[in-house]
Ligand binder design. Sequence first.
Ligand code: MN
Length: 510
Amino acid sequence: MAYNLYTSGMAHPADDIISAMRTASAEDREIIKRAYDFAEKAHGDEKRKSGEPYIVHPHAIARHLAEMGMDRDTVVAGILHDTTEDTPVHIDEIRKEFGETVAFLVDSLTKLSKLKYRGMERHVESLRRLLVATASDIRVIIIKMADRLHNMQTIEFITPREKQERITRETMEVYVPIAERLGVGIIKAELEDLCFKTLEPEKYEATRKLLAERRSELEEKLEEEVKELKKQLGQNGMRDFRTETRVKGVYSFAKKLEKKDGEIELVYDLFALRIIVKNIEDCYRVLGIVHSVWRPIPGRIKDYIAFPKPNGYQSLHTSVLTHRGITVEVQIRTEQMHRDSQYGVASHFGYKAGGGTSNMVPIQWIRRFLPHLMKTGAPSKERVPQWMRDLTDAQGDLPEFEVLDQALKEDFFAERMFVFTPKGDVIDLPVGATSVDFAYAIHSSIGDTMSGVKVNGRMVSLESNLNNGDVVEVLTKKNGMPNKKWIAFAKTTNAKKHIRSALSRAEKSA
Ligand code: MN
């Protein structure tokens, strides 16, 4: 192995990324530093809108990914994620330097960013489908979420105002729901607050102030209460637990306040006290102790352990009135449930029962996540293929991530591919479709008058197969006519149907 400058212990700008990782071998360190230097060089003098050097952006993302416990390839792809888009770097160079997986992740992210957002209704759906397609490796979406989070954190520098609003609405409509479905609670809450702040700055500020005032009013009392409860838990034989308090997010608080007609007293979960214990049995024991110390508010006990939320969230919830008259929501959960609620699917990366690291995603997660993502429209059981239902009903042993990955590629995602118009619209086609299918998928008049096609900027023959992620530009000719031969290589019924009818129309008028 190459022994370079960095392995000799000199400080490097990527050091904080490395130390945020759960584990990093000497090889990991070397590769991360190399990726950092590669990205820094590739971005050159490029600046962020804030005026900072561009590398600040991938740096922030990579550190966040490392903090989330993601594996080395994900962190490296985070560092490199914008290099093939804005710089002369070619994906082959990344493949050569950093391997197949990193290249795949970076390439997928580049394809995702080609998608332009142009109005809500149509494009949200397209974007969601594209995310699903790219999710044949879930790490793509996790990096994309971290990317979006940092872009939202620095949105104030984006001009004009309309662009800011457009990015924010897209975040709210697309990324927040995906964060929710992935169960990445901490990203979801932060994205929501950033969107709220951008779209309704005054309302955001007023709500934030209200929340801060309430907090400083009650914080000290709450601390006393928690101290007492901990003592009680100890006296009742609970040794292995920890607590933390969380204050509701600004956006989530505003929503709740609206629901309660502005009655702040009725927002019971303004403060949550989390009690994190060793196992499920202890969760129920702690619930009993909490109820014997503080008075539970009737109708506020929720057993999300026995009945998890649709995104898989698990915890026991109860709202109580403390001795000092504060209402608090108590959330009782195990360490794993806690990690799940913060990081969702990401919490399963890099951890393996019995030590070591792995990219295995447990079946519990698959069971909760996939049916959600697959329901792009109204929930319908019919849209979930049988193999997937079998998988999600499975009990017992956890399938390997690779097995699931393969199954996804072969049975679900591979059926469809997504290609782009030059304007960034997504066209969803079956695998093996040609540019003729593409043209007819846009509009029959485009198909009928098609005279040539450029794929990724190069002229190709009409019958050549398109690939996932291609950018396709259809050239048309006034008064053009489809050719009978097209029927032979068109893949979609839609295209064949239109070719036939155009030909028969022409015959009749001849
Ligand atoms: Mn980026």
